[in-house]
Design a protein around this ligand. Structure first.
Ligand code: ATP
Length: 230
């Protein structure tokens, strides 16, 4: 169980509060108006943004732990690949940040690239890859990090509808296969309907407890109704 106990983020002029729990293995969409604090919530969970209160995973307190020490991997909006490294090297960072890879590590990188459909593209640098391929490299790296919680901050925002749909299906299948707990920020309510078990609504300075997706769309709270334009 992932539990946020009185989490409070103060950005000076903007505050976000969260007290909620997410069951392990759930796929959760984070929805809410622009500027509501969705990215801030992920950043605080990942350890990139200081927050008071506690974040617990299976009873272990993660507060005070660095991003690398947390059982969490984050895929950011721009998929944060290093432009001077090849796809394989970018994936290899998921195994060893200093890229001193053993033969076994290199084999694992190849396997991860195969798994995301990028066999043979390891030597290419990001500039020679399409948007969808870049998203897949970021996913392959996240897979190798092998953390039980995966945070995605609108990672497919730059992709066209067909590719976006394909990547969503792919990430949902991977999460099912690995049993990872997925929290994904999205600007598309359709993404939530497509893959999320639950929705966390972020609005008015609060990240609300997750509600089953079908339920929240059947009876949207006012903040979600406004956001959906109903
Ligand atoms: N470093 C900062 N200092 C002060 N305020 C900030 C800082 N970063 C973000 N904010 C503000 O915090 C609020 C929440 O931002 P955040 O990026 O988390 O929202 P969001 O819901 O992810 O928005 P969007 O959907 O537009 O990406 C916004 O009002 C933003 O202007």
């Amino acid at each position: 169980m992932l539990t946020l106990e009185n989490m409070h983020v103060d950005l000076g002029g903007f505050t976000l509060d969260a007290s909620l729990s997410v069951e392990p293995g759930r796929k959760v969409a984070i929805l809410g108006p622009s500027g509501a604090g969705k990215s801030t919530l992920l950043a605080a969970l990942g350890g990139y943004q200081p927050a008071s209160g506690r974040v617990l995973w299976s009873g272990t307190d993660l507060s005070g732990k660095s991003p690398a020490q947390r059982p969490i991997t984050t895929i950011f909006q721009d998929n944060n690949l290093f432009p001077h490294l090849t796809a394989a090297q970018n994936v290899g960072l998921g195994v060893r940040p200093d890229l001193r890879l053993s033969k076994g590590d290199v084999a694992r990188v190849d396997e991860a690239l195969n798994r995301v459909g990028l066999a043979g593209l390891g030597p290419r640098k990001p500039a020679a890859l399409s948007g969808g391929q870049i998203a897949r490299v970021a996913l392959a790296r996240a897979l190798l990090r092998d953390k039980p919680i995966m945070l995605l901050d609108e990672p497919f925002g730059a992709l066209g509808p067909a590719l976006r749909d394909e990547m969503l299906g792919f990430i949902a299948a991977l999460a099912d296969e690995t049993g990872a707990t997925l929290l994904m920020v999205s600007h598309e309510p359709g993404d939530a309907r497509r893959i999320a078990d639950d929705v966390i609504l972020v609005a008015d300075g609060v990240a609300h407890a997750p509600v089953p997706t079908a339920e929240i769309f059947a009876h949207p709270p006012e903040a979600l109704r406004d956001y959906l334009g109903h």
